[in-house]
Design a binder for this molecule. Structure first.
Ligand code: FAD
Ligand code: NAD
Length: 463
């Protein structure tokens, strides 16, 4: 027999799409219940995504300073050996500390949080089966489905021999260090993982099906990254992977076709990084909310049923943690405003960052995207060759600003190279707030930081 309760809002999933709304609504006085099988906050981002992958990434970046940067700055000595177990132990520590912090947040709030799995019974009713075996039935005025995503696996012979990001980055991950990694997929996860593991001492190959890494991303950024990474990672494009097999000596063999030829590459670890697909709670299909494998939402994160919201990866619009958080808060505000839509989601101002070494980042429209929308765009590029900080690090790169001629507003930016991930944030703010070229020209960013390039690019824009 289920224990039944009436509440204002039921939230399935406690990742970036779920918990910000839960706390916002609870603070505003709503009764809120939230369930997640992980039993803590942060979803996949903390459990096996952003946080652990960026911890390992920073270990790789630090090690990569030798031989590139140490001699440059006058240091001598040999390259430090990476102790993979210790790298993973630091990753685990970071995850554990975040979980500790989140446990305190849960304890301090009025949100009824359950470690458990939710199931949709009808459009106002959710059953939660808790880890302790209880069955709880919630009747809710509103429901947030924030159940995230999971790796999309290729259905090729031997696919089960490959690992996913889960195996690398989950808490307690115990994969041996991959000396020869083959990543299938040249998107975020394939490139980031290949980049960080090469920095830690692996040989890495990325097999990408399309004609360029990061398909769909501004070609100038993809070309820059391709060229930079190809000095230390083997990048194969137009690679049609057909099978993975285990050789008698235990090695993994990845078979693929490229340029009309059949090829095989040997590895001790094959990473499948071919995209992620939304996860739906049981019973959702009965509500008719699905559209092409995702939950269709409007810019207030409402589904076809206006009291059911679907923020985060589950709607497939921009599968990023900070986007999920923003979406979660927009959904919460919509509920608090009685569905009057006082806040809407501005997907155009959500920045994207690829944490390879070097980084690339972008926000808003590229020149080509602006042209497709019929906007007259004026682009201005700042080359890192004239930048003091880039000179100090002997780094190359560029920062490009895209303005709309008519309004003089910044409508997009692309950055390739050192500091890109930090620098995209003020540009996202500028896109979001409609900052004009005139403002960016007549203000001062710190010297000698790459942010000065924003001033320079604005001053050089033909506007
Ligand atoms: C390796 C990797 C690296 C990444 N790096 C970055 C990065 O650097 N920056 C960035 O912005 N993004 C990054 N991402 C993407 C980021 O992790 C996601 O965009 C983000 O986690 C989405 O949040 P979400 O809440 O929508 O989904 P999730 O984080 O997936 O959370 C969904 C939650 O729902 C729970 N759930 C599922 N089914 C049910 C159910 N039936 N009932 C109750 N709960 C359920 C799950 O347990 C999960 O905790 C990375 C992803 C991966 C895999
Ligand atoms: N830095 C970040 O913000 C970050 C980091 C990691 C993940 N993420 C999120 O997680 C999502 C999933 O990451 P991902 O890298 O798995 O997906 P992705 O969509 O970024 O890249 C998948 C890549 O696999 C390629 N591919 C598909 N089928 C293939 C095949 N048969 N053979 C070879 N290549 C094939 C695609 O062309 C694409 O380049 C991302 O889209 C992103 O939203 C974000």
């Amino acid at each position: 027999m289920a224990t039944e309760s009436n509440i204002d809002v039921m939230i399935l999933g406690a990742g970036g799409g779920g918990y910000p709304a839960a706390f916002r609504l609870a603070r505003a006085g709503c009764s809120v219940a939230m369930a997640d099988p992980i039993g803590n906050l942060g979803g996949d981002c903390l459990a096996e995504g952003c946080v652990p992958s960026k911890t390992v990434r920073e270990a790789g970046v630090t090690r990569s300073w030798w031989p590139d940067k140490y001699p440059l700055f006058g240091f001598r000595g040999s390259k430090p050996e990476a102790d993979w177990r210790a790298v993973l132990a630091h990753k685990d520590r970071v995850q554990e500390r975040r979980y500790e912090l989140h446990r305190a947040q849960i304890a301090a709030s009025t949100v009824r949080f359950h470690q458990g799995v939710g199931r949709i019974v009808d459009d106002h009713t959710v059953d939660v089966t808790t880890a302790r075996g209880e069955l709880l039935r919630y009747h809710a005025k509103q429901i947030l489905v924030a159940t995230g995503s999971q790796p999309h696996l290729l259905s090729i012979p031997g696919a089960e021999l490959a690992v996913t990001s889960h195996h690398f980055f989950r808490l307690g991950a115990d994969l041996p260090f991959p000396r020869r990694l083959v990543a299938i997929g040249g998107g975020y996860i394939g490139l980031e993982t290949a980049s960080m593991l090469q920095n830690l001492g692996a040989e890495a190959t990325v097999l990408e099906a399309t004609g360029e890494i990061l398909p769909g991303v501004d070609p100038a950024l993809a070309r820059f990254l391709h060229q930079s990474l190809s000095h230390r990672i083997r990048l194969v494009v137009h690679a049609a992977v057909s099978a993975i097999e285990r050789a008698p000596d235990g090695e993994l063999l990845v078979h693929y076709e490229s340029g009309g030829e059949r090829k095989t590459i040997a590895a001790d670890c094959v990473l499948m990084a071919t995209g992620r697909k939304p996860v739906f709670p049981e019973g959702l299909e009965g509500l008719g909310l699905l559209d092409g494998g995702r939950i269709a939402v409007d810019d207030r994160l409402r589904t076809k049923l206006s009291h059911i919201y679907a923020p985060g990866d589950v709607n497939g619009r921009s599968m990023l943690f900070h986007s999920a958080v923003y979406q979660s808060l927009v959904a919460a505000e919509d509920i608090l405003s009685g569905g009057r839509g006082e806040k809407t989601m501005d997907f155009q101002s959500v920045p994207f960052t690829v944490f390879t070494e070097p980084e690339v980042a972008w926000v808003g429209r590229s020149e080509a995207e602006a042209a497709q929308e019929g906007l007259e765009a004026v682009a201005s590029t700042y080359d890192y060759r004239v930048d003091t900080r880039a000179e100090i690090f002997e780094e190359s790169g560029f920062l490009k600003l895209v303005f709309e001629r008519r309004t003089r507003r910044l409508i997009g930016a692309q950055i390739a190279g050192i500091d890109a991930a930090q620098l995209i944030a003020p540009l996202a703010l500028a896109v979001r707030s409609g900052t004009t070229v005139d403002t960016l020209r007549f203000m001062a960013f710190p010297h000698p930081m790459i942010s000065e390039g924003i001033n320079h690019a604005a001053r050089d824009a033909s506007l």
